[in-house]
Design a protein around this ligand. Structure first.
Ligand SMILES: [Zn+2]
Length: 373
């Protein structure tokens, strides 16, 4: 989660394409970053320090993407509407249809594993993408993914490296089709008052979704689940720095013409005073979100609500920007979201693992249903 303030605006699609990365410097030799604050913003150059002061640690809570290495190609502005149509016109089933296959898998979900892994992640001082623990926290996530997937040797796990020192992690269960279904969440954390060195356990934001996805992967790996579509589990770095990890990966997928059928991003799955599951409705694929709204009562015991969180509020914004059907699932509405966001108090003790369990159920259900898209 980038922040809690809602800054919604009208959506128009953009396309991210690769450019070789050469740092752009100002007259003083400082590296500049291109920051985009709305769907129709082409970006403005700021120094790293300005990015930190104006966007990352600002109390007013800016919504932004750092597009320095994933710049929108303005030449293709005419294609934006076509991409917009593509992600909005994608069709999904009218209802859940694979409960008989999903439910035995859901019965295998552990209620203890997520707490064990969340303890490991929140014990790291912080997981800030430019902090001292950037690389080691990424290695911790990589090793967790490797361990939970070990039961099925067909699963591949790779680190996706970035210009900063915190690789993202991607696990893949190959299907008979190369079309891809993605579940995603970011593993980096931030103390907004002191990003680089402050304590940031990042429990709800976003160890919660990391362990939600890990447990979903473990269940499918242990069952040697063989999907039709290829299933991918994305653990992004650098989200708090402007969706950096997700943007780089989505740009790579666009460049390689990977056919992504659906992305279900989760950011915060373990703090829900209203005991509901929230499906967000802005900067997402409406057909995909509507399908997930139908899955919640089928695969969980919780009611579904909807809300809006504004531009670039989490990594689904990167998939959406790349033209892929993306959805965002969270544990609460904006108003009742964790009050400990981006502080040292976003701690393990605030996590509701019964609530998180419902997100794991939804994730496994979504993956089995998505296997047949
Ligand atoms: Zn956050």
């Amino acid at each position: 989660m980038v922040c809690k303030t809602v800054l919604a605006s009208v959506a128009i699609g953009t396309i991210a394409l690769a450019t070789a990365f050469t740092p752009n410097l100002n007259a003083a030799g400082e590296e500049l970053r291109l920051i985009k604050t709305s769907d129709v913003d082409n970006g403005t150059w700021y120094t790293e320090q300005e990015k930190l002061d104006l966007f990352i640690s600002t109390p007013s809570c800016a919504h932004f993407m750092d597009i320095t290495e994933t710049q929108v190609r303005q030449m293709l502005v005419d294609a934006r509407e076509a991409y917009f149509d593509k992600r909005q016109s994608a069709t999904f089933p009218s209802a859940a249809a694979h409960q008989a296959e999903a439910n035995p898998l859901i019965d295998q979900i552990s209620k203890t594993n997520p707490k064990t892994w969340a303890t490991t992640l929140t014990n790291i001082h912080n997981r800030y993408y430019k902090g001292s623990y950037a690389a080691s926290s990424a290695t911790t996530v990589y090793n967790l993914v490797k361990n939970v997937a070990a039961a099925n040797t067909k699963i591949t796990i790779k680190q996706f490296t970035h210009s900063y020192n915190q690789p993202s992690v991607i696990a893949t269960i190959p299907g008979t089709s190369s079309n891809v279904i993605i579940v995603s969440g970011h593993f980096d954390s931030i103390n907004q008052a002191n990003p680089t060195t402050g304590r940031a356990p990042g429990a709800d934001d976003n160890a919660s979704a990391v362990v939600t996805i890990l447990e979903s992967l473990r269940v499918l790996a242990a069952a040697k689940y063989a999907p039709k579509n290829t299933l991918e589990f994305h653990f992004y770095s650098g989200e708090e720095g402007g969706l950096l990890g997700a943007r780089a990966i989505m740009q790579d997928y666009v460049n390689r013409s990977v056919k992504v059928l659906a992305v279900m991003n989760q950011d915060m799955t373990a703090y829900s005073p209203n005991h509901n599951i929230a499906v967000y409705t802005d900067y997402v694929s409406t057909p995909l979100s509507n399908f997930i709204i139908k899955l919640v009562p089928v695969y969980t015991a919780l009611p579904v609500i909807t809300d809006r969180c504004g531009y670039a509020c989490s990594d689904h914004g990167a998939a959406y920007d790349a033209g892929y059907p993306a959805a965002y699932v969270c544990d609460e509405n904006m108003v009742d979201a964790t009050p400990y966001l981006h502080t040292a108090n976003d701690a393990l003790s605030t996590m509701d693992f019964d609530h998180l369990h419902q997100h794991v159920r939804l994730t496994v259900g979504f993956l089995v249903e998505g296997s047949y898209f």
